[in-house]
Every structure is written in C-alpha cells, then in structure tokens.
Design a protein around this ligand. Structure first.
Ligand SMILES: C=CC1=C(C)c2cc3[nH]c(cc4nc(cc5[nH]c(cc1n2)c(C)c5CCC(=O)O)C(CCC(=O)O)=C4C)c(C)c3C=C
Ligand SMILES: [Fe+2]
Length: 531
C-alpha cells in the first residue's frame, strides 16, 4: 500500500502511526515496487511472444492494471526453469511485477479450450465444523498442519500430539463461538452454493465444466473431492483457491496438500491442470466489493463521514517477514484497488486497514483490528463500516468476531454508528468473474508434458506453484508457533511471555511423555491413540 497516503483523515483528529488512514481523493502511487509474483495468467488480455535464449517470454498486456506482465515459458521442463530462476532468485526484486513462471510444452494460443476434454474446477477452501462435536477434531486438523504450526525440525514428531493437546484445550472457547452462530460453521453450505453458481455461469458461458469443493480441514476434504474428480473422469482441471489473496497459511497449505496427493497418484500425474493462485486484482472481484460497500454506505445518515474499515484475517508477522508470505502486500494492493474503484464513483471516504483474529503468543500483522477500533474511537471517529476482506463467505470471524465483539468494542470506544458489509457469497458479479478467470486460464491447462521424474516432483500447477511456494517459503523455516494454550496475562506483553512459557512447558511435557511413556496425556489416552 502506498504509505504516502498516511496523512490525516478528515474523520480523525490526528494521523495514526499504526493504522493506515487513506484521505479522500488520494490515489495511490505506483504499486510496482511491492507487487510480487502472483498476477494470474488469467487476467492477460493480449499476448506477444518473445524468444530469448531458448525461453519464450510472453508479454501479456493487462488492460486493467495498464501494465505488462511476463509469463516465462520453457520448452523442456523444470530444470531449465531452475537454471534461469534459481529458487532463491525468484524473489520480488528479480522478477518484474506480475510474473508467473510456468513450464509449458505447447503453445497456449493453439490449445483447445474444451474439445473432447472433461473439464473440472476444484475450489479449495478451509472448511469448518458443522456441529459442536466436530469442533475439536476440526481444530486438531488445523493445528496438525505444518503451515499453521511449524515446529522446530527436532520436534516435528510432536506435531500431532501437540495438535491434539491444543485442540482439546481450545475446543471449549471455539465451541462457544460456533454455538453463538447457530451450532456450526456455514462454510460448507456457502461454498457448495458458490460451486453451484460457478457451474451455472460456466455453462452459460459455453464451458461445460463440473465444479468440486475440497476443504483443507473438514468435510468434504480435498482427498474426497479428488476421488470424485477421478470417478468422473475429469481430464483438465483448474484449481481455484477461494482466497482472494495468497497466504502460505491458506492457499499455500491447500496447494501443498494437493501437490502431495498428485505426486502419489498415477491418474493425477497424467491429468492436465493449472492453478489460479490469487485473484484479488480481478476487475469483477474489485467491482463486486465496491458495489457492496457503496450499497452499505447508503444506510448511514451521513455516508460521506463514514470511515471504511477493512478488516483482514491476520497471519503471524514471521510468515511475511521470515517466510516471504505475499499476503500483506496483496492485501494492501487489494484495498488500494477497491478504493480506486470507489473514487471512480465519486466515493472518497477515508479508509483504514487492520488485521483481526490473532491467536497465540507471537506478533501478528499490525495494526490489530481491536486496537485500531479503540484508537479511532479516541480520535473522534463517529461511524465505521467494517469490510471483511480476506475471505469470500460469512464465517465465524464475520458473524461472531466482527458482528458481536468488534461492534461492541466500537460502541464502547465512542463510535456512534456501526455497519458491516456482507461477505461476497454468491454475488453474481463476483461469481461471473470467477467463471471468466477459469475460462481465461483454460488455455494454460496442462501446457507442460509430465514426462520426467523432476516434473513429477512438482505437479501443482505443472511446476509453477511449487516454484511459487518455493519463492516465498523456500527453506520451510521454523516459524514461531502462532497458538497459545493459555491466556492468563493482563497485558499484551505478559500474555506474550505467558504464552511462550506455556508453549515451552507443553513441549517439555510432551517430550517427557513420549520418552517415558507416562504422563497426563497417556492417562487421558490422548497420546497412546496417536503414537
Ligand atoms: C484468509 C483467511 C485466513 C487466514 C490467513 C487464516 C490464518 C490462520 N488461522 C489460524 C487459526 C484458526 N483459524 C480458524 C478458523 C478459520 N480461519 C479462517 C480463515 C483464515 N485463517 C476461516 C475461514 C476459518 C473458519 C471459520 C469457520 O466459520 O469455521 C480457527 C478456528 C476457529 C477459532 O477457534 O477461532 C483457528 C484456531 C491461524 C493460527 C492462522 C495462521 C497461521
Ligand atoms: Fe484462521
């Protein structure tokens, strides 16, 4: 995000050091310097092919961002990719903005879009517990994911026992939250509806495709979706994570899982596929978000006085600073694009971006939503319109955290009027645009022959997501565990140290349990069932 925009907002008495306040009528400066690897091929609107030392450089003019993105195509597989862009070099600084590296063996311009192929679209999402009994096993699956809790290598054998331990301890608090939103997560129902709508749009646009839902931590699991895809005899697959912005902890985790499934399956090895890694900059998505904001602003007595408060799901800071997660940069870019779209409609409200839902003892992306709300109240901001921005369905963090907790905090902090933009759900502009993204990506599906062993090692999407993950998370560095098992601190810093001490204690106890075969987890039959 353009930090030049950090000047005093008309709705606050002084500029905030932590919150980004965007003044009315201020357009952001060039995004180029911080726009990394993730512009999907799907947004290219015209193509020109360049040839340089055996590598096709394909420049796609992107009419929306009015700049060029480059797609590098390689004639013979992955090793060439590595020799041209060694993993380490695939950092933002070496690639022009919007570069997507993919390995291909056929010319995309000649690729049939449908032909005799059976096309499938796999929507990847997080999943959520459907009943209160599901909460603890759902949390176990989440905490057992090394992209959510990455233990030091020496301790990785403790991943499952630790996940069991943390999930058992966190379950009561989580259950309370799910109970308050009706006894379970609405995610499955909403994602299924989105899949159905996407299918309808694709058929309307003359692309007969089946759409599948694969969740990371609950039913229908990604493995179940893949089994169905195989039963249906899909020959071309487009993988579409339902997260607008890429994060190692969300799309990254789902793609890593998918890659491991693909690698071990003969059918999948031979199935052509591609991935749309993130799509927050697509015109239809930005327009749909702006439409929802515009519609909600009208409900306020004095719409132009309302601060538009983007609240994104946080990630631990180390994901961005140590593992190179592009999430924060993409989020800021996304907010800029939405505000630019609103400005075109003469809506020039001030805006703020903050991060919610942190758990555990480590530092997460700042500014935090709760702290920012308090600051804004102190500065005399009267009206806030909360915009959930990192997820396209209603879920526990919109229905409970924003609608109940943050609203209450805002009113207590002096904010007089509060509103919230609904999640996109099945908004036609949005789903129609997702269908366009799928259609635009079809010429790229299966563009690389999977003929050699090296290619089999990195199959999602035919090399490029492996490279993508490698670019941001190449060494799979240890990350501070983002979860805490207890919260008895009175201050933030006390809480941090309490959390760290608790984590250490848990690790020591678990190590003792595993080595001695005795302890409280064995008494609860927790460890014995896992080891
Ligand atoms: C872009 C969205 C999300 C990011 C980034 C993300 C990272 C992340 N989340 C946790 C811990 C938990 N997440 C939980 C549920 C949950 N998280 C997201 C989205 C993102 N998470 C969704 C959509 C949901 C499901 C909500 C539903 O309706 O079921 C939970 C469980 C709920 C709770 O107990 O609060 C936890 C825990 C971490 C640690 C993390 C990054 C490392
Ligand atoms: Fe989460």
């Amino acid at each position: 995000m353009n930090m030049k925009g950090l000047i005093q907002s008309p709705c606050s008495s002084s500029s905030s050091p932590s919150a980004f306040l965007r003044p009315p009528c201020l357009t952001s400066a060039s995004r180029d310097s911080k726009f990394p690897l993730l512009l999907p091929q799907a947004i290219c609107t015209s193509q020109r092919i360049y040839q340089c030392s055996g590598v096709h450089m394909e420049a796609c003019h992107n009419s929306y961002l009015s700049k060029h993105c480059m797609v590098a195509r390689f004639s013979s597989g992955w090793s060439e990719t590595q020799s041209l862009f060694p993993k380490q070099s695939l950092k933002k600084s070496l690639l022009p903005p919007g570069v997507l590296v993919t390995s291909k063996s056929q010319d995309v311009s000649n690729a049939p879009i449908v032909g005799d192929d059976k096309i499938g679209v796999l929507l990847l999402n997080l999943g959520g517990p459907e009943t209160l009994e599901d909460v603890q096993p759902f949390l176990f699956n989440l905490f057992a994911d090394p992209d959510i809790i990455r233990l030091p290598r020496l301790f990785c054998f403790l991943q499952k026992p630790l996940a069991q331990f943390i999930s058992v301890l966190r379950a009561p608090k989580s259950k309370e939250g799910y109970a308050s939103i009706g006894g379970g997560s609405p995610l499955r129902r909403i994602t299924d509806a989105q899949a159905e709508e996407l299918r309808n749009f694709l058929w309307e646009k003359n692309v007969p495709a089946d759409v599948y839902v694969g969740m990371r931590y609950w039913h229908p699991f990604t493995e179940e979706a893949i089994e169905q895809i195989k039963r249906d005899g899909i020959t071309k697959l487009v993988v579409l994570p339902l997260y607008p912005q890429f994060s190692i902890s969300t799309s990254g985790s789902s793609l890593r899982l998918l890659e491991s499934i693909f690698r071990e399956d003969e059918y999948l090895v031979n199935m052509q596929h591609t991935v749309i890694p993130s799509w927050y900059q697509r015109k239809g998505y930005i327009k749909a978000m702006a439409d929802l904001i515009e519609k909600e602003l009208i409900n306020f007595d004095c719409p132009e006085q309302v601060m538009i408060f983007f609240s994104a799901h946080g990630v631990p800071l180390a994901y961005v600073e140590e593992a190179g997660d592009p999430y924060k940069a993409e989020m800021e870019e996304c907010v800029d694009l939405i505000m630019e779209e609103l400005e075109k409609r003469k809506i020039t409200n001030a805006c703020t971006l903050a991060y919610q839902s942190r758990v555990g003892p480590v530092e997460w992306l700042k500014p935090y939503t709760d702290e920012t709300i308090i600051e804004l109240g102190q500065k005399g901001v009267n009206s806030l319109l909360a915009v959930p921005i990192s997820f396209v369905s209603e879920h526990i963090e919109t229905l409970e955290e924003i609608d109940v907790e943050y609203k209450e905090l805002a009113l207590k902090s002096g904010i007089k009027t509060w509103g919230r933009v609904p999640a996109l759900g099945c908004e036609p502009t949005f789903i129609s645009d997702l269908a366009d993204a799928v259609i635009e990506s079809l010429p790229y599906v299966g563009a690389m022959a999977v003929s050699n062993l090296e290619a089999r090692q990195s199959l999602v999407p035919l090399g490029s997501v492996e490279e993508l993950l490698a670019a941001y998370d190449s060494q799979r560095r240890e990350l501070p565990p983002p979860v805490t098992v207890s919260e008895w601190g009175w201050t933030r810093s006390a809480e941090t140290w309490n959390g760290r001490a608790a984590m250490l204690a848990v690790l020591v106890l678990l190590a003792l349990e595993v080595t001695t075969g005795e302890g409280f987890l064995h008494q609860w039959r927790v460890l014995s069932s896992l080891l």
